[in-house]
Each structure stands twice: as structure tokens, then as C-alpha cells.
Design a protein around this ligand. Structure first.
Ligand SMILES: [Zn+2]
Ligand SMILES: [Zn+2]
Ligand SMILES: [Zn+2]
Length: 252
């Protein structure tokens, strides 16, 4: 399996518009973060996770030549605003793109992007084919998914484990029973938005404790805001935890 971290920024991206902080004006390419997304690849199957504003640019840079399904963690704009770019994927695949998400996320996306779920003249069917994710593990082609549910303020988020890889998208709290499901993974990725407490996001210190509890061989922080300098963060973390950066590829 391979993971391409195509976007590793928080909702505003880094640099933040009109910000003159050290990270935003930094010349380090690893401090340039587009909004959160990644691609999970197993053999010839490519799964896209989330659809941020920069989706098109991210897919062009990633050099994948097709997408087989999309997983949407939750319907906040920084994760869904690029969903229109999946029209061309459905068009190329000549069928609606399987769209895995929780019930509330599907409903919310249908309200915001109704035309993506309605029959269109290009496919004679909708662009997206919603598949509701519950608690049960399931298989898509040869990729297994164990849904992991957690909170992000008052929003429920669906992340997943697939074999030796797991990720937790925007997160403020997760139950011990969900943590049990991701124990034993080799690679864990966690959205780590802030360094200071925030009601919608676990701060860095809590994320590190959470990672230690799961105890993967390797962990990558993503969805970082502009207070995270890549090099400074890397040096500050235990050696098995690293900040990800846009374009990072990890073999699991
Ligand atoms: Zn987010
Ligand atoms: Zn800044
Ligand atoms: Zn969010």
C-alpha cells in the first residue's frame, strides 16, 4: 500500500492569506500546505480521501491516472469544496464514483451539491454514488475498510483503518473502543490542527499522547495550521512521529 499526502494544511491553508508570521513567509517548501486530502493506493485501486479546494492541482501533482472511489470524512468546506472536480473522474470512469461517507455527511453534501447526485446528460446517471458508512468493516475491491468514528466539536467524523494503515481526520475526541480498532497499525496519520486547546481540535500535546496510546511504528501529523514550522516541529517530536508535507509518499 502507498499513501500520498496530497494536502496537509488546515482549513485556511499555509501560508494563510495576508499573514506575515515566520511560517507563512518561510521559503521552506514543506511549509506550503494545501488543504487536507490524501490518496490511498493498493495495486491498481486508488482511493481519494476528501475533496478540498485544491483537489485538481493535487491530483495533477500526484501523477495518479485514475480514482476508483472517494471517502468523505465530514462536510466542512475545506474537505468538500473541491467535490465538483470529481465530475471528470466519473466521466472518465463512465460510471458514478462510489462516495463513502457517514449518513449526515451524505445528506449535507446532497444539500450543498445536489447536481452531483442527480442524473446528468454526460453519464445519464449521477456523478456520485453515495454508500453509507456505518460501524461494520467492509471491502471495496481488494481494499478493506474499518470505519473509525470520532468527534470534531459537535460534528461526527468518519475516518478508517485499512490493513496496517489508519488515519484520524479532524478530531477533538475519540472513544477507547474506537482506539482499540486502530491498535497495531504500522502507520497512523492524525489531523493536528493547533498547538493550543481548541474545542474542535485536539492540540499537538494531546495528539502525541493519543499516538503513543495507539503505538504505531510510524505516525504522521497532517492538517496543520500556520503555527507549525516543518523543521521545528520535526525536531520537537519523538523520532517515530513526523509532520507530513504536501506530496509526501509513504509505503505501508
Ligand atoms: Zn478540516
Ligand atoms: Zn501565518
Ligand atoms: Zn472540519
Amino acid at each position: 500500500m502507498k499513501v500520498i499526502f496530497s494536502g496537509t494544511g488546515s482549513s485556511t491553508g499555509t501560508p494563510q492569506l495576508f499573514c506575515q508570521c515566520d511560517v507563512c513567509i518561510s521559503k521552506d517548501i514543506k511549509n506550503k500546505r494545501s488543504r487536507f486530502s490524501f490518496i490511498l493506493i493498493k495495486k491498481n485501486t486508488n482511493i481519494l480521501v476528501d475533496a478540498p479546494f485544491e483537489l485538481r492541482e493535487q491530483l495533477l501533482k500526484s501523477e495518479v491516472d485514475h480514482i476508483d472511489a472517494i471517502w468523505l470524512t465530514h462536510p466542512h468546506s475545506d474537505h468538500v469544496a473541491g467535490i465538483d472536480d470529481t465530475r471528470i473522474i466519473s466521466f472518465k470512469n463512465r460510471e458514478p464514483l462510489p462516495f463513502f461517507a457517514g449518513k449526515a455527511t451524505i445528506e449535507n453534501t446532497k444539500i450543498r451539491y445536489p447536481y452531483m447526485f442527480e442524473k446528468n446528460e454526460y453519464l445519464n446517471r449521477p456523478f456520485l454514488d453515495p454508500v453509507e458508512v456505518g460501524v461494520e468493516p467492509f471491502l471495496f475491491r481488494d481494499i478493506s475498510f474499518v470505519p473509525i468514528r470520532h468527534m470534531h466539536g459537535s460534528t461526527e467524523v468518519h475516518s478508517f483503518r485499512s490493513e496496517d494503515f489508519a488515519f484520524l481526520a479532524d478530531i477533538s475526541a475519540v472513544s477507547d473502543s474506537e482506539i482499540e480498532k486502530i491498535k497495531g497499525v504500522k502507520v497512523l496519520s492524525v489531523c493536528t490542527t493547533t498547538k493550543i486547546p481548541h474545542y474542535k481540535h485536539m492540540e499537538l500535546e494531546k495528539v502525541v499522547k493519543l499516538i503513543e496510546k495507539v503505538s504505531p511504528e510510524k505516525a504522521f501529523l497532517t492538517h496543520m495550521n500556520h503555527t507549525f514550522d516543518y523543521e521545528e516541529t520535526r525536531q520537537l517530536l519523538p523520532s517515530f512521529i513526523e509532520p507530513a508535507y504536501d506530496g509526501l509518499e509513504v509505503v505501508v
